[in-house]
Design a protein. Structure first.
Lengths: 295, 340
């Protein structure tokens, strides 16, 4: 026939070079390599900042505050304290709210863009069914979020507790509340699930990105607003006065009710459960929509 | 490679598709049968539903009504055995050509033919070295021209070693040289492995002389189906004094005063005072497209289990019938063609 004809080489199907990651997971990592690198750099920077602050900066802050004592400058003391406290606060705030970035990535790049420009359909007409494509496409970042998030939670718990005398925050702060437990990872899953649903439904990256971030804002905003209602608060005994410790979460409705510190885990786990519930519902809906649409 | 299934590559029965409830049907009441081993041209005007039909066959979308059988089973179950190249030739822009072929290998670990894919992507080096526009493995998809992307998309299709290739406008971006190369590769694949090839196009001339099966789409259904030679033989172009055409099926007639020009399916011998001529394929297709009321015609019974010999690589007509479906005679014939 033609010189271009393909000779019979079907007997030896080309097996791609081996490696720890093969098949569709390899494809997901390769297609989103840039995002993976950015996320890795961000996480390492946050972890590095925490370790640096605790191990290096804390001592020098103490030295400088001692110097402030000698000169008698209260402002100087406060400034040093704020520097240390706010750096650690920034790390937890950025990592906590990175679920917005996860939702934007899942909706815009991971699902929406692939469906929009047809590379998802390209995978489906290779030997990968749409269901398996969605499952693996979500599972790979979910595994990374679990590992990265867990490492961050433990490092943050250590860094937050290391120098309490230098920190101006307490456990009721929004970012501290979320970043000291599994809710941090749950928010990442929720961003992934909501982003996947928005991407599958809208099939266009930019609208999906906007909708996913909007939904995540609603979920997060309402949970933060009603966080104090996630567990029944303690009503103080009328004989004792209102406890004014730093360690309690005073509910600002004038009744004097409060959350003692022991309520942290129940409240935190209830919030984690709600966020995981949203994540599961959104992911399930994404699979349902995709299966209904494709053969 | 032996083919499995019942000797039918595609069967549609009452297939329909509409995208939005309020909008009309893109496909409606579409029925046809494509035997295996054919090189099939799917032609029709823009918006006739060619891409929708191919997407349905590729399992990317679900039909609103009717059924479509691919290689004897559902599109989802046949996923590993067919290849599909979409009209827009979508590829991950951030990958290199080599990484794209690796992607094909990773997604088809069970049946990937790397040399076949590389031959399509990089071409055969000639004595003068690589030809103009040859692809570099390290080139990013982003930097490629439309035609070069088509080569990579086709390389993914060939690397999969499919039994059925569904190609949506594969020629549109290719230069004449690349077009010849691609056609040669497709014909070689069909001859050597008995691969069924479905190519859509709105340019009829592009596929004339290459295909041995024709599906004309219009109004969301298949208007004409079968061997192009037989379809042509069933029609006659007549010119003569205006008169009654009863007894013949009139596809199109133009009355210019006393002179009448008509494309008919003769129901008997034409009158002596008529000049008759064989229509070209283009005339045949255009006449049907201009007249949606002309009855549909299939040269082979869409329901019949009989199948005709495949692989008429040079467009020559071979009308021998292999009586029993799925008989090995067809494969032997393909091998003979390959050796020729």
């Amino acid at each position: 026939m033609s010189a271009f004809a393909v000779r019979g080489t079907a007997e030896t199907p080309g097996v791609p070079p081996g490696g720890p990651v093969k098949g569709l997971p390899w494809a997901v990592l390769r297609l989103h390599r840039a995002a993976l690198l950015v996320w890795g750099a961000f996480l390492l920077a946050a972890l590095g900042m925490l370790v640096w602050e605790v191990e290096i900066t804390a001592d020098s802050v103490r030295d400088r505050m001692a110097a402030c004592e000698r000169t008698g400058g209260g402002l100087c003391r406060l400034q040093n304290l704020t520097d240390y406290s706010s750096t650690i606060g920034w790390a937890s705030t950025l990592v906590y709210y990175s679920f917005f970035a996860v939702a934007a990535f899942a909706a815009g790049a991971l699902i929406g863009r692939e469906l929009e420009n047809g590379t998802a359909q390209l995978a489906w007409t290779q030997s990968v069914s749409p269901t398996r494509w969605l499952a693996v496409t979500l599972a790979v970042p979910a595994v990374l979020l679990t590992v990265g998030g867990t490492v961050f939670v433990f490092v943050f718990r250590w860094a937050w507790a290391a120098n309490r005398d230098l920190m101006g925050d307490d456990w009721t702060f929004n970012d501290v509340f979320a970043a000291r437990g599994p809710a941090l990872v749950a928010y990442g899953f929720c961003g992934l699930g909501v982003g996947a649903l928005a991407g599958v439904v809208l099939r266009r990256s930019l609208p999906a990105l906007g909708v996913a971030c909007g939904v995540m804002y609603l979920v997060n905003h309402n949970l933060e607003k009603y966080r104090e209602d996630l567990w029944p608060a303690v009503t103080p005994a009328p004989t004792k006065g209102v406890e004014m410790s730093q360690d309690v979460w005073q509910i600002g409705d004038g009744t004097g009710r409060f959350h003692p510190r022991s309520h942290y885990w129940p409240m935190h786990l209830v919030e984690t459960g709600i966020v995981l519930g949203v994540a599961v519902l959104a992911t399930g809906a994404a699979f349902w929509v995709l299966r209904r649409r494709t053969a | 490679m032996s083919r499995v299934g019942d000797g039918t590559a595609l069967t549609a029965v009452g297939l329909g598709k509409r995208y939005r409830r309020r909008r009309g049907h893109v496909l409606r009441d579409c029925s046809f049968r494509l035997p295996t081993g054919r090189i099939c041209a799917l032609v029709g005007p823009n918006g006739a539903g060619k891409s929708t039909l191919l997407q349905l066959a590729a399992g990317l979308i679900r039909p609103t009504e009717g059924t479509l059988t691919v290689l004897g089973t559902s599109p989802a179950a046949a996923r590993e055995r067919f290849a599909y190249v979409a009209q827009g030739k979508p590829l991950p822009l951030q990958l290199t050509v080599a990484a794209t072929l690796r992607l094909g290998a990773e997604l088809n670990r069970a049946r990937w033919d790397q040399p076949a894919a590389e031959r399509i992507a990089y071409g055969h080096p000639t004595e003068q070295g690589a030809r103009d526009g040859a692809l570099e493995p390290t080139a990013r998809i982003r930097s490629l021209s439309g035609g070069q992307r088509t080569r990579v998309a086709l390389a993914l299709a060939f690397g999969k070693r499919p039994e059925l290739m569904l190609l949506d406008e594969p020629m549109a971006d290719l230069d004449p040289l690349a077009r010849r190369e691609l056609l040669g590769a497709l014909l070689g694949e069909a001859a050597e492995h008995g691969t069924t090839i479905v190519m859509s196009s709105h340019v009829v001339a592009e596929l004339e002389g290459v295909c041995d099966h024709l599906l004309l789409m219009g109004g969301g259904r298949i208007r004409l189906g079968g061997d192009p030679e037989e379809l042509l033989a069933a029609h006659t172009l007549v010119t003569g004094p205006a008169r009654d055409l009863t007894g013949h099926t009139v596809v199109e007639s133009r009355d210019t005063g006393r002179q009448l020009t008509a494309l008919i399916r003769p129901g008997g011998p034409p009158s002596d005072d008529w000049q008759t001529a064989a229509p070209t394929l283009e005339e045949l297709l255009l006449a049907h497209l201009r007249n949606p009321k002309a009855p549909d015609l299939f040269t082979e019974d869409t329901e019949a289990g009989e199948e005709k010999s495949g692989s008429e690589a040079e467009g020559t007509k071979e009308a021998e019938e292999t009586g029993k479906p799925g008989e090995t005679g067809e494969d032997q014939e393909n091998e003979e063609n390959a050796r020729a």
